[in-house]
Write a protein that binds this ligand. Structure first.
Ligand SMILES: O=C(CO)[C@H](O)[C@H](O)COP(=O)(O)O
Length: 224
């Protein structure tokens, strides 16, 4: 199977996971990226079975609306029963690195408001130790150089993601050569740097369920 087929298989599995819980008052939290897009496309067939969605990016909001799914402001919704999103890396504790698509801050906000985080990913995303994928950090533009110097002190090789402006009007620094032994501690440590909006470690609030697309089918994993 191709990577795209594996992504589509987990998108279908996520539909099966949430379908029994949908009602006309349900508002879902929806992530960003190619796997989330496949999920959105499959969700379209169920659009009359739930109320709508909160999106973690303008791109996902546009795709949802394109399928006739109403998009709500998070502030008017409060909590969502499920947040469904992909990941760049995920470990056995279902800690993740996210933000390859630069949507990490809104993803983390919607995830914080979700009762359950369902991560959907193809098998290439599952790792023993986080950090092979460069950790994204969203920064206030004027703080970029300062934050980069602080990240060097933590052992990272920070690279400015040129030309990228987040939905929040900020910039992204990617941390290369930065293997992470304690994701919970490192998430908090980086977030404490002045000028950081948030970083792409989702460890304090990891996923509750991982639907992993493998050659042998979709595996359903919970935190080790
Ligand atoms: O965090 C993300 C976007 O900011 C995505 O979830 C992550 O990059 C995975 O993307 P894809 O499903 O395209 O592999």
């Amino acid at each position: 199977m191709t990577q795209d087929q594996l992504k589509d298989a987990v998108a279908a599995a996520a539909i099966d996971e949430i379908k029994p819980w949908l009602s006309r008052s349900t508002v879902l939290g929806i992530g960003t990226g190619s796997t989330a897009n496949l999920f959105i496309d499959r969700l379209a067939a169920l659009r009359d079975d739930f109320k709508g969605a909160v999106a973690s990016s303008e791109a996902s909001a546009e795709r949802l609306r394109g399928h006739g799914i109403e998009v709500f402001e998070l502030n008017s919704v409060g909590t969502v029963p499920f947040y469904i999103d992909g990941a760049d890396e995920v470990n056995a504790h279902l800690h993740m690195i996210k933000g390859g698509g630069a949507a990490l801050t809104r993803e983390k906000i919607v995830a914080a408001c979700a009762e359950r985080f369902i991560c959907i990913a193809d098998a290439s995303k599952k790792v023993e130790r986080l950090g092979e994928f460069p950790l994204p950090v969203e920064v206030i533009p004027m703080a970029r150089s300062y934050v980069a110097r602080e990240l060097v002190k933590l052992g990272a090789d920070p690279v400015y993601r040129e030309g990228v402006v987040t939905d929040n009007g900020n910039q992204i620094i990617d941390c290369f050569e930065f293997m992470i032994d304690d994701p919970v501690a490192m998430e908090a440590r980086i977030n404490a740097i002045v000028g950081v909006v948030t970083n792409g470690l989702f460890a304090a609030r990891g996923a509750d369920v991982l639907l992993l697309g493998t050659e042998h089918g979709v595996e359903r994993l919970t935190p080790a």
